[in-house]
Design a protein around this ligand. Structure first.
Ligand code: NAI
Ligand code: HPV
Length: 524
């Protein structure tokens, strides 16, 4: 039974896709509710209120997926989640229009003193001269961060007859031209703009991007808006520049600490505020809830998710094509892990044949997840595979080769340890299945499944008989057996499959045979 904790207020209708998940319990409670068994939660759904810290993640060992019903994931410790192999997803475009409209509403309100005038009339006043405003028409709007929301604001600004300058280091000239906006440096924007609005995520680069140094470059009387994240405009510096009269007005939907409590900006009449309402419309909340609920359901149904922050997106079509190779890559990793008993410092993967047309980096991660399974005490999956290899000093190399050894496709993985190297090659044959076709220098052909025994031995008459005899004496049935050798009388291998794992006693008896060089149990 999957336990899904919905820790923030998320639209109930939007969560309906989760109800189709067989064996899921939806718990709507805060993470600190004493009735919540954090250690049993498989999925956590949040908005911006819940802070998903490393400390919280440490209390949630069963957690597999964190879904943010919204855009910004700055309330989630994504590196800590990634390290633990927890996938983080968001709903990137469900609230774009709502946030753009809210920003626009804030801009119009700010320049026409609407909140102040509203309060005044409610207080039975009628001060028409106290609220003389400024037109948006003809003004220059500076947009910092020209992503989904920034672009929607630019479109609306143009309709209002505004000129638009944008600063976004990742914006191409073609896209700027298409949107009819002027791409500027941050300094150019600061100097030219009558109104500045920020729409970047909160990152170490954007934190305080509008600070004292930036504010002193702006026009006297400039208006500033932050409907993105508290801290992108430095709140203390902004308070100084409102206090000294340089800034004409400020509109804030977000704060460094929410709610802001006693805040230096709140005392100013020309500072207007809303309590983080950008995404708070019926439409946006239904959109984001539905988006994440569908993704969480896909995740538990082993289907690809599209909006992961810490895993590249993969389409359903590609996912279906990649699935068989995914399985064999994982099995190769797991075989290597069980055959190489020493520390490994290099894993090199060569893809050949038709598999090279697919997203091989995904397969490399699958191979690593197999390799680390049972080898380390961390759940390794596609999310944290490369990071785990790096942390453990394992170099991972990926190559493409034209030689598929006569097969349609091959995945060959070599592990280099302190003393030895070990190579495994697998292929996937249509209508037949996965096969291991090369093991440590020997051509072979076996199904990587179940309880296997890999024996390296001298190619002498009677070895197979001796092995069969020992196992038969102990009542152990051999399900299948494959043999391979390089030359007559040299070293050879056999791979046996059993219906249940071999016991230690049988293994010890086999090890005593003179012809045996090494024995490895492989459980897949
Ligand atoms: N107030 C609210 O309720 C809401 C706030 N947000 C906030 O708005 C932010 C933006 O949302 P979207 O437009 O959907 O995201 P987006 O990812 O589409 O756009 C962000 C843009 O910022 C740009 N950017 C990144 N670093 C930059 C830098 N150092 N300087 C300039 N530009 C930079 C990126 O290139 C990108 O174009 C979110 O990260 C979130 O924090 C989003 C939705 C609702
Ligand atoms: O989507 C975002 O980034 C937002 O800031 C919206 O936050 P909320 O879900 O309303 O707490």
């Amino acid at each position: 039974m999957y336990q899904i904790l919905v820790a923030d207020s998320i639209n109930a209708e939007g969560l309906e896709p989760l109800l189709g998940l067989k064996e899921a319990e939806i718990i709507q409670k805060k993470t600190n509710d004493p009735e919540v068994n954090l250690d049993q939660i498989d999925a956590l759904l949040v908005r911006s209120a819940t802070k998903v810290t490393e400390k919280l993640l440490n209390q949630m060992p069963s957690l597999k997926i964190i879904a943010r019903a919204g855009v910004g994931v700055d309330n989630i410790d994504v590196p800590a989640a990634t390290k633990k192999g927890i996938i983080v997803i968001n709903a990137p475009d469900g609230n774009t229009i709502s946030t753009a409209e809210h920003t626009f509403a804030m801009m119009a309100s700010l320049l026409r003193n609407i909140p102040q005038a509203h309060s005044s009339v409610k207080n039975k006043e009628w001060k028409r001269n106290a609220f003389i405003g400024t037109e948006l028409y003809g003004k220059r709007l500076g947009i910092v961060g020209m992503g989904r929301i920034g672009s929607e604001i630019a479109k609306r600004a143009k309709v209002f007859g505004m000129n638009v300058n944008v600063f976004d280091p990742f914006l191409t000239k073609e896209r700027a031209a298409k949107l009819g906006v002027e791409s500027s440096t941050l300094d150019e924007l600061l100097v030219a703009a009558d109104i500045i609005t920020v729409h970047t995520p909160l990152t170490p680069e954007t934190k305080g991007i509008i600070n004292e140094e930036a504010l002193k470059k702006t026009k006297k009387g400039v208006y500033l808006l932050n409907c993105a994240r508290g801290g992108i405009i430095d709140e203390q510096d902004l308070a100084t520049y409102v206090g000294n009269g340089h800034v004409g007005g400020v509109a804030l939907d977000v704060f460094e600490t929410e709610p802001p409590g006693e805040h230096p900006l709140l005392k100013y009449e020309n500072v207007i505020v809303t309590p983080h309402l950008g995404a708070s419309t019926k439409e946006a909340q239904l959109n984001v809830a539905t988006q994440v609920a569908k993704e969480v359901r896909y995740f538990f149904e082993d289907l690809p998710v599209s909006n992961s922050i810490n895993l590249p997106a993969i389409s359903k079509d590609i996912f279906e094509k990649i699935q068989p190779f995914h399985q064999i890559s994982k099995q190769i990793g797991y075989i290597l892990s069980q055959c190489v008993k020493e520390g490994v410092h290099e894993l090199s993967i060569t893809y050949s044949g038709s598999v090279t047309n697919l997203e091989t980096s995904y397969l490399t991660k699958a191979m690593l997840s197999g390799f680390f399974k049972n080898r380390i005490d961390v759940n390794v999956n596609e999310v944290n595979a490369l990071l785990t290899a790096k942390e453990r000093g394992i170099t991972v190399g990926e190559k493409i080769s034209t030689d598929a050894f006569g097969y349609d496709n091959c995945i060959t993985v070599s592990a280099k340890g302190e003393e030895n190297a070990f190579t495994v090659r697998g292929t996937f044959i249509d209508h037949y299945g996965p096969r291991i076709v090369y093991l440590n220098g020997f051509n072979i052909d076996f199904l990587p499944e179940g309880n296997l025994l890999y024996i390296q031995h001298m190619d002498r008459p009677g070895v197979i008989g001796h092995v069969g005899q020992i196992l038969g004496d102990q009542g152990i049935n051999i399900a299948t057996m494959q043999v391979g050798r390089k030359q007559a009388g040299g070293e050879a291998i056999m791979v046996l499959a059993f219906d249940k794992p071999l016991n230690d006693h049988a293994l010890a008896s086999l090890e005593k045979l003179d012809e045996i060089v090494s024995i490895n149990s492989i459980n897949l």
